[in-house]
Design a protein around this ligand. Structure first.
Ligand SMILES: CC(C)(COP(=O)(O)OP(=O)(O)OC[C@H]1O[C@@H](n2cnc3c(N)ncnc32)[C@H](O)[C@@H]1O)[C@@H](O)C(=O)NCCC(=O)NCCS
Ligand SMILES: Nc1ncnc2c1ncn2[C@@H]1O[C@H](COP(=O)(O)OP(=O)(O)OP(=O)(O)O)[C@@H](O)[C@H]1O
Length: 200
């Protein structure tokens, strides 16, 4: 069954759409953000590499990653950003590619929620690519109210990602998530019906 990638800018609603879609289709899924988080939290090799190559204070005394510091560092320094990505992205890709090949997924959809799908040149690995999109002001507003991020860092994160117009151009489908949750639910309904009709 097809491998379906869900991508989009920060706070566009990828996870919300994935959750709604998974209630409507028979699929398993992989969450690239969750995988990155798990690797940073628990993987000893990643920890060692991040401390040596990204920043010596990247972890606190209890061994927990200092995410606000890492966020500040990578979005103001492209070299550090590339270094952190070089440590994490190959492991993340290996993990979801291996999971997608497991026989249990033979006749189901495999959904990958991956914010940097295009930035990591992963499009050839997907059968269907969906971009979840919204206005930049909506991203900024969600980041401020739900994540407590100030406008300056939010702007930097958005600027570091591929422009939305390009993501839309490269996608098979676009979900516009700028309105009420009901509008997203309606789109999840429609899209799941399309998937059933097209792929059984
Ligand atoms: C720098 C970190 C610690 C900041 O953590 P924070 O809790 O603020 O963000 P979180 O991980 O929840 O990501 C939220 C969103 O930020 C955006 N984002 C994350 N990493 C990146 C990146 N390298 N480049 C551009 N945008 C990114 C994505 O839209 C993502 O959905 C974290 O984002 C991280 O480890 N990033 C590197 C790993 C990565 O590239 N992850 C993306 C998925 S593969
Ligand atoms: N249509 C909507 N109406 C109201 N709130 C929404 C809507 N869509 C998403 N949200 C909320 O906005 C926030 C961001 O959504 P979500 O976590 O799904 O985005 P994301 O693209 O996965 O984010 P990230 O890039 O940070 O991983 C969440 O708190 C979510 O509940």
């Amino acid at each position: 069954m097809p491998i379906l990638g869900i991508t989009g800018g920060i706070a566009s609603g990828k996870s919300e759409f994935r959750r709604l879609l998974l209630e409507r289709i028979d699929a398993d899924y992989f969450d690239a953000d969750a995988c990155a988080r798990e690797l940073l939290d628990k993987d000893p090799t990643v920890r060692q590499e991040v401390l040596a190559r990204v920043h010596p204070q990247a972890y606190d005394e209890e061994g927990a990653p200092n995410r606000p510091l890492l966020r500040q560092l990578i979005y103001q320094d492209a070299v550090r950003k590339a270094t952190l990505e070089a440590i994490l992205h190959p492991v993340i890709r290996d993990r979801w590619s291996a999971q997608a090949q497991e026989p249990a997924y033979g006749n189901r959809f495999f959904v990958v929620d991956i914010p940097l799908l295009f930035e990591t040149n992963a499009e050839k690995l997907f059968d269907i690519i969906v971009t979840v999109a919204c206005a930049k002001e909506t991203q900024l507003e969600r980041l401020a109210t739900r994540r407590g991020l100030d406008r300056q860092i939010s702007e930097k994160i958005i600027a570091s990602q591929m422009p939305l117009s390009l993501k839309i151009e490269k996608s098979h489908h676009v979900i516009w998530n700028d309105g009420a949750l009901e509008a997203l639910i309606t789109q999840a309904d429609l899209f799941s019906r399309y998937l059933h009709a097209r792929h059984g």
